[in-house]
Design a protein around this ligand. Structure first.
Ligand code: NAD
Length: 491
């Protein structure tokens, strides 16, 4: 049983963390109060003065130490991540934990590469230069689908740039975020630089984002939560960074490598049991390939092994919670009632899987572009497949949602690929693949998928403010430009 402490807590209440594979309690964390939020923000504010004055080299060294600690504890991180989310241990180990370690190492290097533009005389009497400065206390809110990675994506660029942070993980998956904050302390990052509070979004999250001493809010979560964050932030004109929902198209043209597209669609749709904001959710396939594509996808989906996430041979585990299982089931039942055809799966796990929040890999067709299943984010192992005839029709269908986070294009024609890349509205477009991410490249959306970037050097644009410094060069009392104010010379 994992018993975690948040860094500041006056609370006597606890949050129970449940293993979605069997419904059993695996740990507890203190449920923070609004008073705890205030204490954490105060600690972050006090520590900002000192932390923001550390050199990039000092911050880099601490981040390298953090990477070593997380690498040393990789197996423990992976195990707890799997227990609280239900994701297969192979996935936690090779994707979540390995990705986090790489991310820490990236930001350890990037901390030393924060730069502004070259100093120059843009007016002949002045030298101008740019300072890139940390913003202050960052309030960050994370979701449950990648608890460790999301904590890392929020904490690393913030502190690498000299900010301090108060993070609120999702209430059902707080354990690895707390372990990560503990690892920060062990690495020597001063107490108060990284702070964690836990509790319901509507109360604890809301208290954090509305706190007057929080200078920026970064949320990864649902688009509706993003709207609430923007509304709250508008009261004090806070900077916001929103990584929200997605409904990624998987666009297959008639010259695509069929076998690769089939396998790519299954992997892209089932990653993290489909609880991935960039997951392939809408496979749009040009007619000559459509029937064979659907047949191939269904055939692989039916062979996917659902099971115990701790078993290394399991392909996909349960959804994160029974609540999420109900939500996914609701989408599928409503699609069915509206006349969509379920080609495989479509149900909660059967037999021994009934004890967990399992949902079968599902392929659905015959939906209209206006339907709920086409438009809304399901966040489950559900792939919609639809045919199209003309190239432009495929692109129009791909763009026909409010989201714009990620998309993929499958073709062997570079001209076609480049035209589709240009026409698709999304923050990331893959060609002949779907899902891979790298620490050096930005992740973030457009449209109602939000704005701002995680990972990469671009994330520093969110976590730093640009200051223009202008230095007068003549030393004269009467500047040349004073002519526009004073009609007569004063001396
Ligand atoms: P959610 O919006 O319900 O919750 C996310 C976080 O926000 C949680 O910590 C929650 O407690 C908090 N929260 C909820 N209401 C709040 C409020 N009023 N004020 C402050 N905080 C509040 O989302 P979720 O269900 O945990 O996560 C799934 C969503 O996250 C999906 O929509 C998914 O697409 C999105 N997501 C996006 C990305 C991305 O990079 N764009 C990555 C992962 C997940």
């Amino acid at each position: 049983m994992y018993k975690a402490e948040t860094q500041s807590t006056s609370s006597v209440d606890i949050i129970k963390v449940i293993n979605p594979a069997n419904g059993q309690k695996i740990g507890t964390v203190p449920r923070s109060t609004v008073e705890d939020v205030n204490t954490a923000v105060l600690k972050a504010k006090i520590n900002f003065t000192k932390w923001s004055k550390t050199t990039p080299g000092e911050r880099s060294l601490l981040l390298h130490r953090l990477a070593d600690i997380v690498a040393r504890k990789a197996a423990e991180f992976a195990q707890i991540e799997t227990l609280q989310t239900g994701k297969p241990i192979r996935f936690s180990t090779e994707f979540d934990v390995a990705g986090t370690i790489d991310n820490i190492r990236f930001f350890a290097g990037a901390a030393r590469n924060l730069e502004g533009k070259a100093a120059a005389e843009y007016s002949s009497d002045h030298t101008s230069f740019i300072r890139r400065e940390p913003i202050g206390v960052i309030g960050s809110i994370a979701p449950w689908n990648y608890p460790l990675q999301m904590a890392a994506w929020k904490i690393l660029p913030a502190i690498a740039a000299g900010n301090t942070i108060v993070l609120k993980p999702a209430s059902n998956t707080p354990l690895t975020a707390i372990m990560f904050a503990e690892a920060c302390l062990e690495a020597g990052i001063p107490d108060g630089v990284v702070n964690v509070v836990c509790g319901p979004g509507g109360e604890i999250g809301a208290a954090l984002i509305s706190h007057p001493d929080v200078k920026m809010v970064s949320l990864t979560g649902d688009t509706d939560t993003g709207k609430k964050v923007m509304e709250s932030a508008s009261k004090t004109v806070k900077r916001t960074h929103l990584e929200l929902g997605g409904k990624a198209p998987f666009l297959v043209f008639d010259d695509a490598g069929l076998e690769a597209a089939i396998q790519g669609a299954v992997a892209g749709a089932l990653i993290n049991s489909g609880q991935d904001c960039t997951a392939a959710t809408r496979a749009l396939v040009q007619r000559p390939l459509y029937d064979r594509f659907v047949e191939g996808v269904v055939s692989i989906m039916e062979k996917i092994k659902l099971g115990d996430p701790m078993d290394p041979s399991t392909d996909i585990g349960p959804l994160v919670s029974f609540k999420q299982q109900e939500r996914v089931n609701g989408f599928v039942r409503r699609a069915e009632a509206e006349g969509c055809q379920i080609l495989c799966g479509g149900n909660k796990g059967k037999g021994a899987l009934k004890k967990g929040a399992y949902f079968e890999p599902t392929v659905i067709t015959k939906a209209t572009p206006e339907s709920e299943i086409f438009q809304k984010e399901i966040f489950g192992p559900v792939l919609l497949v639809l045919p199209f005839t003309y190239e432009q029709e495929g692109i129009d269908l791909a763009n026909h949602v409010d989201f714009g986070l990620a998309a993929s294009v499958w073709t062997s024609d570079i001209t076609r690929a480049m035209n589709a890349v240009r026409s698709i509205h999304a923050g990331t477009v893959w060609v002949n693949d779907h899902i891979p991410i790298v620490s050096e490249m930005p992740h973030g959306g457009i449209k109602q998928s939000g704005f701002g970037k995680d990972m990469s050097g671009y994330s520093f644009d969110e976590y730093t403010a640009i200051k223009h410094v202008m230095i007068e060069l003549t030393g004269q009392r009467e500047k040349d430009w004073h002519r526009v104010i004073f009609k007569n010379k004063l001396s």
